[in-house]
Design a protein around this ligand. Structure first.
Ligand code: PEP
Length: 251
């Protein structure tokens, strides 16, 4: 049985005071359903403040990025071990904004996945097709390519440290959420791919999240789908009220 997971990705938003207000407001609401695991990914500058406030709660922490090296002379980078040390359980890797604006390739992402897993960080690995790729009917090919390149060389045990997030690029920050049927179709492709690559158990156990303009209105119908195990939420995670409503809507 896969436990539902909701992850809030704040991206490059929220000052420390905004972040602590957000946590205070979320934890001031009635408790979440125990069936849902909740994770928040603040910017690096707010990690410590958020960590301190969620320490005894049921929310856990994720980082939004790491460098591809374990340590050393890489000015400006944050290592996997540093995120662990700051209290993170997860890191988000392969996000389309990093692929698009920072030119991260599948091979580069794969190196980062390797160092994250070696440091004991869980990885939320994002894949997704562009609108052009969808319209030219290349979605399956693009997703399978990102999976096989990004997860190249992992063994079954390492694969257990992963959550996969299907985030169609055309849905991220656009207000255009994939329909539950469109998302389910790709989630099934991902689970089938995992079955081929890592076997039946790994495929059944891996959690596959949907991300892309999720709102409290769209979250319930999406998570009814059999292969949608939770959500990666950007814009709607910035307000504690809408994030809370999304958590409570999970089916
Ligand atoms: C994201 O960036 O991971 C995301 C899903 O963003 P949004 O919900 O704003 O589309």
């Amino acid at each position: 049985m896969r436990r539902s997971l909701v992850v809030g990705n704040w991206k490059m938003n929220m000052l420390i005071s905004d972040a602590t207000d957000w946590v205070g407001s979320l934890l001031g609401k009635p408790p979440f359903p125990e069936t849902v695991e909740v994770v928040v990914a603040p910017p690096f500058t707010a990690l410590a403040a958020v960590e301190e406030r969620i320490r005894r709660s049921c929310i856990s922490l994720a980082g939004q990025n790491i460098g591809p090296e374990p340590e050393g002379a890489r000015t400006g980078e944050i290592s996997a071990a540093m995120l662990k040390d700051a209290g993170c359980r997860f890191v988000i890797l392969g996000h389309s904004e990093r692929r698009q604006h920072f030119f991260e390739t599948d091979a580069f992402i794969s190196r980062k996945i390797g160092v994250a897993l070696a440091s004991g960080l869980g990885v939320i690995f994002c894949v997704g097709e562009s609108l052009e790729e969808r319209e030219s009917e290349h979605t399956r090919q693009v997703i399978e390519h990102q999976l096989s390149e990004g997860l190249n060389g992992l063994d079954v045990r390492q694969f257990e440290g992963l959550v996969i997030a299907y985030e169609p690029v055309w849905a991220i920050g656009t207000g255009r959420t994939a329909t539950p049927e469109q998302a389910q179709h790709v989630h099934r492709i991902i689970r089938d791919w995992a079955r081929q690559a890592f076997g039946e158990n790994s495929a059944e156990n891996v959690r596959i999240l949907y991300g892309g303009s999720v709102t409290p209105e769209t979250s319930g119908p999406l998570t009814v789908q059999p292969d949608i195990d939770g959500l990666l939420v950007g814009g709607a995670s910035l307000k504690s009220d809408s994030f809370y409503d999304i958590i409570c809507s999970i089916k």
